[in-house]
Design a protein around this ligand. Sequence first.
Ligand code: UFG
Length: 332
Amino acid sequence: MQILLTGGLGFLGSHIGVELLDNDYEVVVIDDLSNSKLEVKERIQQITGKEIKLYIGDCADETLMDKIFMENEIESVIHCAGLKAVGESVEKPVWYYQTNLGTTLNLLKIMQKYAVKKIIFSSTATVYGVPAKEQVDETCQTGKTTNPYATSKFMIERILEDVYTSDNTWSMGILRYFNPIGSHESGQIGEEPNGIPNNLMPYILKVAKGELPILSVFGDDYDTPDGTGVRDYIHVVDLAKAHLKALEKIKQETGICKYNIGTGTGYSVLDIINNFEKVNGIKINYKIAPRRPGDVASCYSNPAKAEQELGWKAEKNIEDMCKDAWHFASQK
Ligand code: UFG
């Protein structure tokens, strides 16, 4: 049974690929290498001892997508490919909408052509915008998004709903990720952002390696226990495992379901720094800086629905996340 994994060499995609192979799925990957490296294919294969079939290119390329569906027996699609940097999306909105919507629309068109009607879509907690409450559940309002990246993900959720309304033989799982960090325990795959990182953990890793001098903690006057921003960090391997559970569900029944993929626990920026220092024995040089525009004080998931309906629950703790993130980064 073949699964098409778009963006399968990226940070999340590579970890999902490993879990799929470990669970005896055949994996076909399409990746345009715009934010990933070809060598990740070999690393995935080394970890699992299994092969993936790779197509290099863009999901918006109709000819290539047609070839992929023609040459393989795709049963379901896990759609991770897309641009994902919040700040960049504010600067280049047309590119973000064109890329994220264009690739998805072409994918859906080809899926319709080949009557492949099972898809898991990588969405994000940012579809909730400024959350109505700190602990967000799936009934919270979506759409009041604060940047083009989030809006593009929200729009894709709406497109999927419309497709389902038009044809209820589709089976769709929308996974709203909170803050994925960490890496596979082998230390062979992990997050390798280009340039100066925007996100907290990649920045901490650069400071730990001495590649950047100091971390700015964006605000210490929020209404949180220590004044710094609180988020729901989730180990990328836990997140990858959620896809296996979602895949089982969409194989069994038609419908469109949405799940928060988080731990349900919020940690502050200082919690992350302190845990990182403790488990890795490395001091992180940091300073308190002004708040970052657009940040909320606190946002974490209510992950109960995923546990009840998928039987999935995050298992790794904050120490595992900090240890595994460094295990990968320290070897690079
Ligand atoms: N932070 C710092 N210093 C930094 C970077 C971040 O203090 O150098 C703080 C932020 O202010 C925030 C926390 O660390 O309080 C987490 O920030 P991130 O940038 O790591 O993550 P965000 O919660 O802002 O957003 C991330 C991704 C989105 C994703 C979202 C899901 O960037 O793509 O999580 O909620 F959609």
